[in-house]
Design a protein around this ligand. Structure first.
Ligand code: PMP
Length: 349
């Protein structure tokens, strides 16, 4: 009977944080609380829809050039895609084709296992220690590639560049992907190491520090051979990944460095202040270098706090997963949003 059903590709999809329709205090998907650069708004107002008749540049040269110029590389070192999710998916397809399993931490961005399953890539997870630190020695064993976020998500913990260098020194024959979605909030990027290590791919996004999650722009920087290989894969099934408006708005956002730095500074200041206030309320937070805090309460269960906050229209993220099921991931919002969070927590606790 119904034979086509037996042939349907079965995957366990990634479950993103809730996007409620009504207005709530939304601290559950690590979006930026501030709008994108005013330059982006100006560009949207002046956007000439006439250009939409044409296909966009499949090479995405405008945005690649602006990013290359900003970070001191050549456009040939830059790959752009529809959010870093798309970029990482493309990297999985391009680089993870070994019989050996790829490695990533057991507590990390939960999309990695989804992509591995989707692209039929074998993987093994490597346990982080009791303080959620990634143990570099566990990545010395033979593998088909490595990926980890730095800072890690949802733990928010950053590993210094010596750590990345050590992983690279022990893994010269496979591609190592460092997912730097949150790097602008306090860590030092591994971008410079791409000049030394031809097997390092650094992935970043416009979704967090550049306030453009809705525009869907991500990019990877690495050795030109790596980038060409990714472009070859992309051109083999979908040449026009980036639309005209995304290319234009992306360029404008990168050019406004002053605004970028100003909003990051505000978010980092709010993060440190919120951490202090949470600690005073009996929470323990990891040393966050991201735009979110990873917090556990000394006496109250994370799940209960999550639900009580939700009933007050404050959304944070709770993961019902082994080892982290007593933690909350709280995105840093505006000062006012964090005031509302603390007020609600005072009532709940
Ligand atoms: N990597 C990590 C670690 C993330 O947390 C996210 C955001 N969910 C992404 C990548 C993807 O971000 P985007 O596709 O919006 O660039």
């Amino acid at each position: 009977m119904k034979t086509w059903r037996d042939k349907v590709r079965k995957v366990v999809p990634y479950v993103p944080g809730e996007q409620p329709k009504r207005k709530v205090i939304k601290l559950n998907t690590n979006e930026n609380p501030y709008p994108p650069s005013p330059k982006v708004k100006e560009a949207i107002m002046e956007f000439d829809t006439e250009c939409l008749r044409r296909y966009p540049d499949p090479e995405c040269m405008s945005l690649r050039s602006v990013l290359a110029n900003y970070y001191g590389f050549e456009p040939e070192n830059v790959f752009v895609g529809v959010g870093s999710d798309d970029v990482i998916s493309m990297a999985f397809m391009t680089f993870f084709n070994s019989d050996r399993p790829i490695l990533f931490p057991d507590i990390t961005y939960s999309f990695y296992s989804v992509w591995a399953d989707l692209h039929k890539v074998k993987y093994e997870t490597v346990a982080v220690d009791d303080n959620f630190r990634i143990k570099k020695e566990d990545f010395y064993k033979e593998n088909g590639g490595i990926i980890f976020p730095n800072p890690n998500a949802p733990t928010a913990i950053y590993e210094p560049l010596e750590f990345v260098r050590d992983l690279l020194d022990h893994n010269r024959d496979v591609v190592v992907i460092v997912d730097e979605a949150y790097i602008d909030f306090g860590g030092q990027s591994a971008l410079e190491l791409t000049r030394e290590y031809d097997n390092l791919l650094v992935v970043q996004t416009f979704s967090k520090s550049r306030s453009m999650a809705g525009m869907r722009i991500g990019y990877a920087i690495g050795n030109q051979e790596l980038i060409k290989a990714m472009n070859d894969v992309k051109f083999s099934f979908n040449s026009y990944t980036m639309n005209q408006s995304a290319l234009l708005m992306g360029c404008e956002a990168v050019k406004d460095d002053e605004y970028f730095k100003k909003t990051i500074k505000e978010i980092v200041a709010t993060r440190e202040k919120t951490k202090e206030r949470l600690t005073a309320l009996g929470f323990e937070c990891t040393n966050s270098k991201a735009n979110f805090l990873f917090a556990t309460h000394q006496t109250r269960k994370a799940k209960d706090i999550f639900e009580l906050l939700k009933s007050k229209d404050i959304f944070v993220r709770y993961f019902n997963l082994p080892r982290i099921d007593n933690y909350l991931r709280i995105t840093i919002g505006t000062e006012e949003e964090m005031d509302a969070l603390i007020k609600a927590l005072l009532q709940i606790l």
